[in-house]
Write a protein that binds this ligand. Structure first.
Ligand SMILES: O=C(O)CCC(=O)C(=O)O
Length: 292
């Protein structure tokens, strides 16, 4: 990663940062979250998986004797934690994140998803994919804000990105996955890209990595015996775009999921109201979210 292209928190987002995001489909913002904010998120993760934020199907009862690490190790990730956690909900609107999105995406922003990854030692990573495949915006505004709760390294399974892969903005061919590195049943076929172009995004806790919905990204297995690689990922898009998303990919383009959080600016579809449809769920060890 070329850190010269990274956002500098003290000076705010520059024209070069915006151009970098447009050209390469990602942007790294070191220290966007303070140590205190990251500690709060880490503590909140323990509360969520201890069942202290309400029941989620699949959470197992915890004894007081179990340490937070022992509890967290049992899980891969939870989707939609913002539905039960006031802390995660609060950080959907983190000013540092929104200031960057306002320049790279739109002044009007909505969030439709959060995911809290635990990635304990030994756990598998995510195969090559484009988030736009799962969450259709089709206007190139989809962006993931990946908040490092732990230092992320090649060893513990940091993100990998193929810079510039978002540019043609189409949904790429998928093939069965045969790598034990990944938890998924399929993967995007990345054989057309030289391996030297794959960038490991090694970052310190508190860094936020922004990536476009068409940018190819993945992460490898956590090969350490004692380092977690926790991350909270929030997905945002332009409030001007509709969201034909039911997680099965069977909706007409005129459908518009209204289970969204307006995080900045105006919502042109505000007249439709807001719905509370998605429930938090635990991510299975083997992932097959959308069958075709
Ligand atoms: O954190 C990871 O390992 C993968 C995250 C990811 O693929 C995503 O947020 O789309």
């Amino acid at each position: 990663m070329n850190l010269q292209d990274a956002y500098v928190p003290d000076t705010g987002i520059s024209a070069e940062n915006v151009a970098f995001y447009r050209d390469f489909g990602y942007l790294v913002a070191p220290s966007l979250f303070s140590n205190e904010e990251i500690d709060e998120l880490r503590q909140e993760a323990s509360r969520i998986f201890r069942g202290q934020r309400g029941s989620v199907e699949g959470l197992v009862p915890v004894s007081d004797k179990e340490s937070d690490e022992e509890v967290l190790k049992k899980y891969v990730a939870i989707h939609f934690p913002h539905k039960i956690s006031p802390v995660v909900k609060k950080y959907l609107s983190h000013t540092g994140i929104l200031d960057i999105l306002a320049r790279t995406v739109s002044p009007n922003l909505k969030c439709m998803q959060s995911m809290l990854f635990i990635k304990a030692p030994g756990k598998a990573g995510q195969s090559w994919h484009q988030d736009e495949y799962y969450i259709p915006t089709r206007d190139t505004s989809l962006v993931g804000a990946w908040i490092a709760i732990d230092d992320a390294t090649i060893e513990n399974g940091c993100l990998w990105i193929i810079p510039g892969s978002h540019k043609p903005a189409y949904i790429r061919k998928r093939i069965p996955n045969s790598s034990p590195e990944y938890a998924d049943v399929d993967t995007v076929d990345v054989s057309g890209f030289p391996e030297e172009s794959f960038v490991p995004v090694e970052v310190s806790r508190g860094t936020v990595v922004f990536f476009n919905g068409y940018t190819l990204h993945s992460s490898l297995r956590n090969k350490t015996s004692d380092h977690f690689r926790m991350a909270l990922v929030n997905h945002y898009m332009s409030a001007e775009s509709m969201l034909p998303w039911d997680q099965d990919g069977n909706l007409p383009p005129t459908a518009d999921l209204r289970d969204v959080v307006l995080v900045r600016g105006e919502d042109p579809y505000g007249y439709k109201g807001i719905q509370d449809l998605n429930r938090p769920f635990l991510r299975p060890e083997i992932l097959d979210i959308r069958k075709e």
